[in-house]
Ligand binder design. Sequence first.
Ligand code: CAA
Length: 697
Amino acid sequence: MSDKIAYARHGDIAVLTVKNPPVNALSQAVRQGLWDGMNKAEADTGVRAVLIVGEGRAFFAGADIKEFGKPPLDPHLPDLIRRIEASPLIVVASMHGVSLGGGLEVALGCHYRIAVPSARVGLPEVHLGLIPGAGGTQRLPRLTGVDAALDVMTTGRPIGAAQAHDLGIIDVIKDGDPAENGLAYAQELLDAGAIRRAVSELPLPAAIDWDATFDATLARSKGQISPAWCVRAIEAAYAGDFEAGMKAERQIFFDLMQTDQRKGMIHAFFSERAVGNLPELKGVAPREVSRIGVIGGGTMGAGIATAALLAGLRVHLLEMSPEAGEVARGRIESNLSGALRRGKISADQHAAILGDALQVVTDYDALAEADLVIEAVFEDMAVKKVVFAELDRVCKPGAVLASNTSYLDINEIAATTSRPGDVLGLHFFSPAHVMKLLEVVVADATAPDVAATGFALGKALGKTSVRAGVCDGFIGNRILSTYRTCADHMILDGASPYQIDAALEAFGFAMGPFAVADLAGLDIGWAVRKRKRTEGLDPRARDAAYADKLCEDGHFGQKTGKGYYDYAAGPKARVPNPDVMPLIEAERAAQGITPRDFDDEEIVRRYMASMVNEAAKVVGEGIARRPLDVDMTLLFGYGFPRYRGGPLKWADIVGLESLLSDIKGYAEADPYFWAPAPLLEKLVAEGRTFDDLNKEG
Ligand code: CAA
């Protein structure tokens, strides 16, 4: 028998203990071990029941995702589950930790289920671009009814033991050791003369309106197809029987396995975990951080302070005056009330945070004991230098000094202090207590344990942290600046902001670039444009100034009620601002451009080509370590559709050769903007992909 399953006999009960750390994924060896274990139990004279229990953190985290995309190996999970369910012995699952995907499906194939109160169960396959593929779509509805089963499957959200018990998924909840609980429960069942109970033999619950539910699910999933296919898989049993349902489920599962969405989502799953895994941080202990200082209580500073408070850190927030301090406190209190309303913190935690975890101060000396200070003041190098001089003066030795700048040179900031090794960039995204991305900007002199502290803080705050090198805009904003410029060029040439937003939202972006600009505040882009013009634009660069005129008139987007869109009826009911197109038309006329038509496909191709080209430069220059670092930056900070994996995964799927050929074609009209990235040319010449670079580490 495989060493992944231990077989033991306790009286009339055979115990199959799964040992596949860290999370008992159902790899081939585990499946084979369970199969052999069932054979052994059935052949073991006197055994009347089998207990399946996981060792370590979980019952089962599901199918082994590393096997996806490879030829399936015997025994297949649906066959194993069928074999378990068909056993004449009573089979009991004792669940703890997570039982996800194939893990819950194994439990549903058992005849009885017991769980500890902290257990969580779910069918998260939609997050991998799949549907449950081992009977989940057939067995779960028979226990819970169709609506509840669809909720579990289409959201992919795990549910707690209590809810699972209410839904009939778990028979008994009991605190204690899962193996001991399971043995006691199996013995009770034997003593009570309990009979074998197969979920697949339960009658089908009431049918629903399948077509309407399919359409509604598809519409809700923003371009992702797998949730809607859960509906079709369940429906199949109603036209035939359990076997027909299983067959349909398998077919849909295999069809989805071949899709680009599955590839994109599995890339996202592994990249999300690999992103903080950097050779330079191996074995480097982060510095201790329990007290942090935040300089500046604007939207960003207040958001950072909120994130830190929610993570249980003590925060000293520094503002220029008591009045500004009160405004900042108000912002934080409002953020915290939101967290309380959404159930992210309890009323007691809320009170404790406001009690003394947050101190609003006006004197730098109050930061003397801070372990880490994040500056979130106005985006101006001279202002930042003054702040860092003060921090250098008051902060204790070993304190980490961080700037939240989105564009400015961290090397230059670090050089103004006597301790450049302690300085790094921690670039949060607004609202900082909500957005998942943190760019950890490692400057030339940043000490390894300071970089490690940045990652540790990110983890404590629940962020996905990406390592970035120093350049104008780091990873995310540098790429944003390029694809946004591409959008502006298309506008000058004939597209409208609204057509561009609609085309990109149809591609899967949470918001198009102009709606994003309105949300972030048009003054931010305006300040960057002014700075770049002051520094001197390359004479070959095409400039677009129409948006400056909006800003000059005081229209900064959502916060002033008007930008590219008019928000008089609220952010969700935005309509195009009628002042915008005349500004664009005037600029086209001034530049002597005759506008032409763009179709949505061309908009997406150009926009994505500019994004991939800049991303390839960012990787080629070492600003991002690996292509996956860019992918995660765009996914977690810029609303890139997860089911496409990230821009460089998307590029691999589309094909690098055709992308490079597009770029070279566009470069004929504008060789400056469309200069191909050397890394992209190299990969095409060598017939390799971005993912090949990810694998090199
Ligand atoms: N297969 C292979 N590896 C897995 C895995 C799986 N199902 N689940 C987790 N892992 C790996 C992770 O990649 C990670 O590996 P590294 O340490 O090498 O990075 C390790 O296990 C630990 O995972 P996390 O860092 O995510 O640990 P966590 O405690 O934060 O979360 C978890 C644990 C909740 C199980 C989370 O990993 C998770 O959600 N896993 C995926 C669960 C899932 O999607 N299951 C469905 C699989 S599809 C399926 O089952 C299809 C079917 O119907 C047949």
